[in-house]
Design a protein around this ligand. Structure first.
Ligand SMILES: Nc1ncnc2c1ncn2[C@@H]1O[C@H](COP(=O)(O)OP(=O)(O)OP(=O)(O)O)[C@@H](O)[C@H]1O
Length: 463
């Protein structure tokens, strides 16, 4: 039986939609057309199932309202045709009293709702409105999900330098494999971003991405956080905890700072990686989970293995696929693009800021800084400038209080004034000066010098 009338207010909202009404009695179709058009929808009429099927294949509809019993092509055929062109297209059927059996069959095949004749027009309008609203919400949800995936996939990573291009290629390949991954790289270089990209670029994207920092919790807490615990497993375990491995089922578990994981937990982690079975603290039962582990570290894991602080067997298991995330120093040419990206992001977060850009001198100075804290440090500095500088363009004097701006190197011509330098030496010094002047961006320096970037690399080696 059709359920009770929907009473929710959301059906009141007007939605721009195109509805197909199907009935082989023209008058019946016309009778429905007007009130539905009054509700704000565009209504097409099909006189019979055959015409409806043709229309469905040639136009995009948002909902179908069809009579169930029709000559030749009936409502069930219309339903099948509608679902073949768009499995989410809501189909509502009208049936005479006595046709309930086929209406039930229609519901089984995916119809949204059925009305038993005689029905009231406001009832049809209400259910149709609800179907359209559900469809709109579903589309909206899909769009949001896709946008958030793009934000989390490779699309969220900034930088076109050679090391980053190499990394993207590897991420793309590794995302589709099942083996655990070890990410290595300095603190703040973007390891978590890479872990997310591995998740969202691969087949596990619809599943959960769960991140945990192994240094954030003391051993026993980390253990129950990861593997879960049963009620009463230890003092204070007043409720059941599923654990992050179970939460990440079907997805990815990101174990940040794996080098700091206590050795007892390392043994348990190894067992899960080997047989996929998790046992909650205080429980005898095992649960099989399907989780891809991505671990990250900025430490020298080989040294920790030698010191007996990291299990060699776990290290070998994790080290099958290793990706190295380059430090910011190794990809200085990405700094201008990162600066632009973080400026735009900070502006969006601080709408009262007047800053729209950093001057080319500031960008060049940022390009020459050492960046021990990598991208995170650059991101924080840009945010500070966007919040604090009361001008549209950030100049060098704005930067000085916030960062150790390197003194510009003297121009080689000034140095050479004292004596005579062979032309080749002057050329070498000039190339070096230009690279510094461009904040380490060799591509830009090569452009300004009118030479190939490989010449810069060669001359630097000779220097
Ligand atoms: N290529 C990149 N493009 C854009 N933003 C980046 C990039 N790399 C890093 N970031 C940003 O820099 C910050 C630090 O990155 P992330 O947390 O991924 O580093 P991490 O290597 O995991 O650091 P830690 O070792 O300290 O955990 C984040 O805000 C991240 O969004």
């Amino acid at each position: 039986m059709p359920s009770d009338k929907p009473s929710d207010a959301r059906t009141e909202a007007r939605i721009d939609a195109r509805v197909l009404v199907v009935d082989d009695h023209v008058e019946m179709g016309r009778m429905l057309q007007e009130p539905l058009a009054d509700a704000g929808w565009t209504v097409d009429l099909a006189t019979g199932g055959q015409e409806a099927v043709t229309l469905l294949r040639s136009r995009v509809y948002d909902a179908v309202l069809s009579d169930l019993r029709m000559e030749q092509v009936d409502g069930l055929d219309v339903l099948d045709a509608a679902r073949a062109v768009d499995p989410e297209l809501p189909v509502l059927l009208m049936t005479a009293f006595g046709g309930v059996e086929s209406a039930v069959e229609a519901m089984r095949r995916g119809a949204y709702h059925y009305f038993t004749k005689p029905f009231r027009l406001d009832e049809v309008r209400l259910y149709l409105g609800r179907a359209l609203e559900d469809r709109r919400l579903r589309a909206e949800h899909r769009a949001l999900k896709q946008a958030s995936q793009e934000r989390s996939g490779l699309g969220s990573m900034v930088g076109r330098s050679a090391p980053m291009r190499g990394l993207y290629e590897l991420v793309d390949r590794v995302a589709h494999a099942a083996a655990p991954v070890l990410l290595r790289g300095e603190s703040g270089s973007g390891k978590e971003l890479v872990a997310r990209a591995l998740h969202f670029e691969g087949p596990r994207a619809p599943g959960p991405f769960v991140a945990v920092n192994c240094t954030a919790l003391p051993g026993p807490l980390l253990e129950s956080e990861l593997f879960g615990h049963v009620k009463g497993a230890f003092t204070g375990a007043t409720s059941v905890r599923r654990g992050l491995f179970v939460e990440a089922h079907g997805g990815t578990l990101f174990l940040d700072e794996i080098g700091d994981m206590p050795t007892e937990l390392q043994a348990r982690l190894l067992r899960i990686l080997e047989d996929g079975e998790v046992r909650a603290v205080g429980s005898d039962a095992h649960r099989t989970v399907d989780v891809r582990v991505v671990a990250a570290t900025h430490q020298d894991l080989e040294a920790r293995v030698r010191e007996g602080r990291f299990r060699a067997d776990l290290f070998y298991r994790l080290n099958v696929v290793t990706l190295r995330v380059p430090s910011l120093k190794e990809r200085r040419e990405d700094i201008p693009q990162l600066v632009e990206h973080f400026t735009a992001r900070s502006r969006a977060r601080n709408p009262r800021s007047r800053v729209t850009a950093l001057s080319p001198e500031v960008v060049a100075a940022l390009g020459a800084m050492p960046w021990p804290g990598n991208v995170r440090e650059l991101e924080n500095l840009v945010e500070r400038l966007v919040v604090l500088v009361p001008r549209e363009t950030v100049e060098l004097e704005d930067l000085r209080p916030h960062a150790p701006v390197p003194e510009p190197e003297p121009h080689p011509l000034a140095l050479a004034q004292e004596g005579v330098w062979p032309l080749r030496r002057l050329e070498g010094e000039y190339i070096h000066w230009m690279v510094q002047h461009c904040g380490g961006n060799k591509t830009r320096a090569a452009e300004l010098l009118g030479i190939d970037v490989s010449t810069i690399h060669r001359r630097e080696r000779e220097r």
